[in-house]
Design a protein around this ligand. Structure first.
Ligand code: SF4
Length: 321
């Protein structure tokens, strides 16, 4: 890794802050989670945004909060309702983890989110990024936290191109991020960093030509020629799960259980909905798959209910939890 001075000059910090905040004020999108300081709403938005684009998240965010408007409502809801509200967002484990976080806020903090990122991090499902985001966006704490986009922007501004691979460690990037957060304007700063990474300084097509931070940016203009030489294989991978992968079939199972609207399905009913070529010899494979989903809180397996045994009614029954 690069041997660099971890201390930015006061002039460089001021120049970056001025440029980035000015850009944000002129370009910010009006997003629903930017109109609130409610930590529950911030949490929901952050979890939804983890692997899903902003435009797709907005209708899910609003519908989710219409149905479950408080941390208490989420904690008390049947898990099947939470999973059903998540339909279409993908990565269903996020829904289960989100509910576990809400339940811990209720049981350990009386329904009141702690403002301290260290305490937030002790909640299940909350990592360093999300704890920082809640502390900053709900309580306006002057903290630094970094996702992939924020890391990229800081890397480019302070040390140069992050491609074909970064030359700074996460620890070094965090040290720079902490210097850059304005203590009295952290909410706007961190929102600006996120927005800038999403719209202006993107991974493969940074809009350097119209960037107000050119003079402050260590990657300008070299980043453009670096990107032009990258082989196509380094471009962003498709987000959709590969058809036939374990993740793909897990998604199909959860989709089928949602469509069943609470009904229990025998494996022989579920199987053909999960794969077109389902045959009796796939039964162990399917049982293994739903057992994994049960461990993750996304399915429930019940014993057969029949009082006499036949090949059809001797199967475990699967439903949403
Ligand atoms: S000049 Fe280019 S690389 Fe530098 S901050 Fe602006 S968009 Fe990003």
């Amino acid at each position: 890794m690069t041997d660099i001075d971890p201390q930015l000059s006061e002039e460089h910090i001021a120049e970056i802050r001025r440029g980035l905040l000015g850009w944000f004020d002129a370009n910010r999108r009006d997003l629903p989670w930017r109109r609130t300081r409610d930590p529950y709403r911030i949490l929901v938005s952050e979890v939804m945004l983890q692997q899903t684009q902003v435009d797709r998240v907005i209708p899910y965010y609003e519908r989710f909060l219409d149905t479950l408007p408080s941390v208490e409502a989420l904690a008390d809801a049947p898990t099947s309702v939470v999973i059903t509200l998540w339909a279409g967002l993908g990565y269903n484990r996020r829904a289960v983890n989100l509910q576990r976080t809400a339940q811990a806020v209720m049981s350990e903090h009386g329904g009141v989110f702690p403002a301290d990122p260290v305490m937030l991090r002790q909640l299940p499902g909350i990592g360093p990024y999300t704890s920082g985001a809640i502390a900053c966006f709900a309580f306006e704490a002057p903290v630094a936290f970094l996702d992939t986009n924020m890391k990229r922007v800081i890397h480019r501004l302070v040390t140069g191109p992050d491609l074909p691979k970064p030359t700074l460690t996460d620890r070094q990037l965090m040290a720079f991020a902490e210097q850059l957060v304005p203590p009295d304007d952290a909410w706007r700063w961190n929102q600006a960093l996120i927005e800038f990474g999403a719209l202006q300084c993107t991974a493969r097509r940074p809009a350097c030509v119209i960037c107000p931070l050119q003079a402050a940016c260590a990657a300008f203009p070299a980043i453009q020629s670096v990107i032009a030489t990258l082989p196509p294989g380094t471009r962003k991978k498709q987000e959709a799960p590969f058809q036939g992968s374990n993740r793909y079939y897990r998604g199909r199972v959860v989709d089928s259980l949602r469509a069943a609207a609470g009904a229990e399905l025998a494996l022989s009913q579920l199987g053909p909905q999960v794969r077109d070529d389902y045959a009796p010899e796939h039964k162990d494979w399917l049982l293994n798959l739903v057992s994994g989903l049960q461990r993750d809180g996304l399915a429930r397996i019940a014993e057969p209910k029949a009082t006499y045994s036949t090949a059809e009614n001797d199967e475990p029954l699967v439903s949403l939890p």
